[in-house]
Design a protein around this ligand. Structure first.
Ligand SMILES: Nc1ncnc2c1ncn2[C@@H]1O[C@H](COP(=O)(O)OP(=O)(O)OP(=O)(O)O)[C@@H](O)[C@H]1O
Ligand SMILES: [Mg+2]
Length: 408
């Protein structure tokens, strides 16, 4: 198999680590070859807190994907999250010549650099610089100004930054798992890539990925990113609330949440109950399902109100013509779509990953949105690189492994 057509997405989530190996086709399509899965270890609220444990779960997911496909993975596109991710919008302008001049690729790069010249704290680095809209002599709505004529070029951009140290910890965990990182992608953008349609991005939509340890938000308007945010709350908080409220184990709480949980408490019959195992030697007891689910509902309301607050602060709520898409494992909790509609006050749908061929039905599930999105990002990047350099590059497998082992 030609190596320069292989793309690997690695989603290091708080609860699960997932590797997707895919192949690009000449027609621009992407086809899934294999996947690997492992329960995550060494992560808390989206960030690595134990290097060895995180590296072991990454290696386990990679081993499974490699074994099934007989491809050895050198480079990965890795998704990163955690509330250290921050974002802002900025504008830049350059003069491209007194008399009307043609905008060159270089001028495009220069104006983006001008927009980016906002000081950021020395402990942070830029992860994404995403052009939203170009203006030529104040005429906006331009996606690509190259080749057009004008005198002044402006651009609005969205910039995503993160803490250097926390990002490096993730990269080190991947290196320790014997792979190298080609690109770090903010998880909300990866999920959006897999889940949102072109129309939704154009009309205006917010994607909310409710994961295990984080809730990631990305807002698209006019086919461009306008807002990104990672909140440090997710599905594990629902489970913990149940464990505390019901005085039972995390394992039993997780099972009860998935099997009997709903946030639509008003639909539960008064007599419905759930057998809750006791902790240690304590006996199991029947608990009202309404009581159990009101614990879940309280947490869901809290998270969705935090999301609503962020959308209000971003001043975008009124522009989300295509409403909201929820994805991630937390979106699987029964009634989340309905409750989100009630709290956010707009239409909500659940988002499943799309855009990759050969995705088996069991992987067409909201927990895989980020991993699929990372593979799609990798495919997009390969196309850009090919255009720039004539072909997709790659380090020979052995050299790559030696560099990884040497800690490079
Ligand atoms: N059917 C279900 N009902 C309720 N919760 C569910 C269901 N299925 C999965 N979850 C929850 O989804 C969460 C895991 O989601 P996901 O795999 O998207 O998170 P992650 O990617 O590991 O974490 P993060 O993105 O926050 O770092 C867990 O807390 C799990 O309990
Ligand atoms: Mg996730």
């Amino acid at each position: 198999m030609k190596k320069d057509r292989i793309i690997c997405g690695l989603d290091v989530g708080t609860t699960k680590t997932c590797m997707m190996i895919a192949r690009t086709h000449l027609d621009g399509g992407l086809e899934l070859i294999s996947t690997g899965y492992a329960d995550s270890a060494g992560l808390h609220k989206g960030v690595v807190i134990d290097l060895d444990a995180a590296a072991a779960s990454i290696r386990k997911a990679a081993d499974e994907a490699e074994l099934k496909s007989e491809v050895s993975v050198d480079w990965v596109i890795v998704g990163a999250a955690g509330d250290h991710f921050q974002s802002f919008n900025s504008r830049g302008a350059i003069d491209i010549g007194g008399n009307r001049h043609e905008v060159t690729e270089e001028a495009r790069t220069q104006v983006i650099a001008a927009a980016q010249s906002v000081p950021i704290s020395p402990d942070r680095e830029v992860v994404h610089v995403l052009p939203q809209e170009f203006f030529l002599d104040d005429r906006g709505g331009i996606k690509n100004p190259v080749g057009l004529f004008g005198s002044q070029l402006d651009v609005n951009i969205h910039v995503v930054t993160c803490q250097i140290a926390l990002n490096q910890n993730l990269i080190n965990a991947v290196n320790r798992a014997q792979m190298r990182v080609k690109k770090v992608v903010a998880q909300p953008l990866a999920s959006a890539e897999a889940v949102l349609t072109r129309d939704e991005k154009e009309l205006g939509t917010a994607i909310i990925d409710i994961g295990g340890g984080t809730t990631d938000i990305a807002v698209f308007l006019g086919d461009a990113v306008h807002f990104t945010k990672v909140l440090p709350v997710g599905g594990t908080h629902f489970t913990r609330d149940l464990a505390i409220g019901l005085q039972t184990t995390i394992e039993d709480s997780e099972r009860i949440k998935k099997d009997a949980g709903t946030v639509l408490t008003e639909r539960i019959l008064a007599e419905d109950s759930v057998l809750v195992p006791g902790m240690g030697t304590r006996a199991a007891r029947n608990v009202s399902r309404r009581v159990i689910c009101s614990i879940l509902r309280d947490r869901a309301v809290e998270i969705l109100e935090l999301v609503a607050d962020q959308l209000r602060k971003a001043l975008v709520s009124q522009n989300l013509i295509a409403g909201v898409v929820i994805t991630g494992g937390g979106s699987m909790l029964d009634g989340m779509v309905e409750l989100s509609e009630e709290i956010l006050g707009m239409p909500v749908r659940q988002g499943l990953p799309l855009g990759i061929r050969g995705l088996p039905p069991e992987l067409s599930h909201p927990v895989y949105s980020t991993a699929v999105g990372l593979a799609l990002f990798g495919a997009e990047e390969a196309v850009v690189r090919k255009k720039k350099w004539g072909r997709a590059g790659g380090t020979p497998w052995l050299l790559n492994r030696i560099l990884s082992l040497a800690g490079n």
